[in-house]
Design a protein around this ligand. Structure first.
Ligand code: SF4
Length: 114
């Protein structure tokens, strides 16, 4: 999941971890690291690498904007869609035009920082 520098700073302050401990640069974009064993986000409390396994976000209150809006993501036409890879996508309403704008603004901010 990509995140802004401000979001990374907030997570660093809340967790006591350095930004380098939970992020990497994906084509220049700051991105949350995955746990090597569970292959899920380092902040997901889970004991399994099964994509359907139970899990809880340990930083829910301060999770990045991309996490808040997920599983809404942009397709190649810059339209918000539900991520095909999300096993719970049937639980979410279809994305709206407003979702597309929120995601496009987030993408622009991330590209500016990259
Ligand atoms: S919601 Fe929490 S666990 Fe999931 S990707 Fe975001 S920070 Fe990680």
């Amino acid at each position: 999941m990509p995140l802004t520098r401000a979001e990374a700073s907030l997570l660093s302050r809340r967790t006591g971890m350095s930004v380098e401990e939970f992020t990497w640069k994906n084509n220049g974009i700051l991105t949350l690291l995955n746990n090597e064993e569970t292959r899920a986000c380092v902040f997901l409390l889970t004991s399994s690498s099964d994509v359907n396994a139970e899990g809880m976000c340990s930083v829910y209150e301060v999770r990045p904007k991309g996490c808040q809006i997920y599983p809404k993501v942009l397709n190649e036409n810059d339209e918000a869609i539900l991520d095909e890879g999300c096993p719970h996508k049937a639980m979410f309403p279809e994305p709206t035009e407003e979702d597309s704008i929120v995601l496009l603004n987030l993408e622009e901010r991330l590209m500016q920082e990259g």
